[in-house]
Design a protein around this ligand. Structure first.
Ligand SMILES: O=P(O)(O)OC[C@H]1O[C@H](OP(=O)(O)OP(=O)(O)O)[C@H](O)[C@@H]1O
Ligand SMILES: O=c1cc[nH]c(=O)[nH]1
Ligand SMILES: [Mg+2]
Length: 211
């Protein structure tokens, strides 16, 4: 399944707090950080592992080594992904980080997205690339960010991490890059005439940064 909903009750609780219009920006940012951590740990579960022996101060124990944790790239789409990525890096502390700065221009009936800065680490086929943005609305921003990632060359695994996605945004990404995996906490049904997700949580960037 290319789309995975994080149905952990604590993730759903955190999303509910984010949706609440009375949640202030400090708690909104904290909620995104916590969700990033939970989604990150869910993603870790999909990495292969092998059993290893370890020497404790008192003897030998059998444990696990997770394969590929040192081959992770996290790309954050400014601004709203910043707190989400702060949480994701708790699960992937050795991740190399990329940045895409994008601005959505909401017009009646359509969305245009300008990418005005992009910087990627070197990426190889052995890497898992996680592109994070809490809102996957029309999917235009995410598509432009993935284009920036592909400019670096051939990728291995590509994972989109969002908090609220829409069927339209998911289709836009998967129709172009069908092997992409999408992790999200919820899929909301609609976009309004300014391409905001309904019911959604409003403007994630504005709510996180109190603008
Ligand atoms: O799927 P789309 O229709 O492209 O919309 C999603 C994008 O819109 C918002 O960004 P915005 O341009 O408002 O920037 P911000 O994060 O700085 O608020 C959001 O943070 C996503 O990046
Ligand atoms: O609903 C939406 C859509 C795009 N960006 C947001 O922050 N919220
Ligand atoms: Mg915004």
């Amino acid at each position: 399944m290319p789309v995975r909903i994080i149905d952990h009750v604590y993730a759903q609780y955190l999303l509910t707090r984010l949706r609440d219009k009375n949640t202030g920006s400090l708690d909104f940012r904290k909620g995104l950080v916590r969700l990033g951590r939970i989604i990150g740990y869910e993603l870790v579960k999909t990495f292969p592992f092998r059993y290893v022996e370890v020497e404790t101060p008192l003897g030998r124990a059998v444990g696990v080594d997770i394969i590929g944790l040192d081959k992770v790239v996290i790309v954050q789409i400014l601004r709203a992904a910043m707190p989400l990525v702060e949480g994701l890096v708790k699960a992937f502390p050795n991740a190399r980080l990329g940045v895409v700065a994008a601005r959505r221009k909401e017009e009646e009936g359509y969305v245009d997205v300008e990418v005005f800065y992009s910087k990627m680490p070197s990426i190889g086929v052995e890497d898992t690339v996680i592109v994070a943005d809490p809102m996957l609305a029309t999917g235009t921003t995410m598509s432009k960010a993935i284009e920036e990632v592909y400019k670096t060359g051939t990728l291995g695994r590509l994972v989109v991490v969002s908090v609220i996605a829409t069927p339209v945004g998911i289709s836009r990404v998967l129709s172009r890059w069908p092997d992409t995996e999408i992790y999200t906490v919820a899929i909301d049904p609609e976009l309004n005439d300014k391409a905001f997700i309904v019911p959604g949580l409003g403007d994630a960037g504005d709510r996180a940064f109190a603008t």
